[in-house]
Ligand binder design. Structure first.
Ligand code: C5P
Length: 240
């Protein structure tokens, strides 16, 4: 594996809540089990940058899941601003194209070197795990899911990104075709009894790790559980 990761640190919890108070309460409960928390669009739009600081103050790392997708110059500038916040990783949409990804990767390297800080890892979202082939066809993509995901993963690698966000269904193929030094982060995780919600390409925690995922991202099965700490422990045990 590319990064040396303690098995229990492979579980990333998505803090998909709408206030700093709720996020801090959840992170406070889970911080002894979880090293990396994901801050996504809902939480970042509600609280702004201070939530990144607040999670880091708890001694945890942040995956800033803002999925940038814009013209190369705009994404490059946003990536520089994100670098200053010091997340462990953040992401862009591979569908934004090679130049967008390449410019962002270069700018992040330069900014981190200028600040003398560890460079955040940049991931490319391939195809959202909430989409299936039918949804792809509706936006004019007629290739099958695996072909499309692999194409985008290859593009991200060529552009100098550190890895991809991809479903467990494509993780093994990405690992096989793109090789070891490339992170795979897999959301759409549903332990046996959990509800699907809006996810379509799902897998169990164990299947995702066996397919080659370095990290799994779990939201509602933990955050909406009656006892989030036990739910997190159960998943950590399964992947450990
Ligand atoms: O609640 P659930 O476990 O479905 O949450 C999954 C999290 O992973 C959400 O925060 C979602 O935004 C994120 N995500 C995803 N699919 C991607 C990228 C990120 O589900 N391709």
């Amino acid at each position: 594996m590319y990064l040396k990761i303690n098995p229990k640190d492979r579980l990333i919890v998505a803090l998909d809540v709408d206030s700093e108070e709720k996020a801090i309460r959840l992170a406070g409960k889970l911080k002894d089990e979880i090293r990396i928390f994901k801050i996504g669009l809902e939480l970042f739009s509600s609280c702004g940058q201070k939530i990144v600081e607040a999670i880091k103050e708890k001694g945890c790392d942040v995956f800033l899941d803002l999925k940038f997708h814009d013209i190369p110059n705009t994404v490059m500038k946003a990536a520089i601003s994100v670098t200053r916040l010091g997340p462990f990783m953040f992401n862009v949409h591979a569908l934004g194209g090679y130049d967008m990804m390449r410019n962002a990767a270069g700018a992040v390297r330069e900014e981190a070197a200028r600040l003398g800080i560890e460079r955040p890892k940049i991931l490319a979202v391939t195809i959202l795990t909430s989409m299936d082939e039918n949804a792809l066809k509706k936006i004019g993509i007629n290739d099958n899911m695996k072909t499309q995901v692999l194409r985008l993963a290859g593009l991200a690698k060529d552009a100098g990104l550190d890895g991809v966000v991809a479903s467990s269904e494509e993780a093994a193929l990405i690992r096989e075709k793109i090789g070891g030094e490339f992170l795979i982060v897999t959301p759409g995780i549903r332990p046996g009894s959990a509800m699907l919600n809006d996810q379509k390409r799902i897998s169990t925690p164990r299947a995702a790790i066996e397919a080659g995922a370095d990290f799994i991202v779990v939201g509602r099965p933990i955050t909406e559980a009656k006892d989030p700490v036990s739910a997190a422990r159960e998943i950590a045990r399964e992947i450990g």
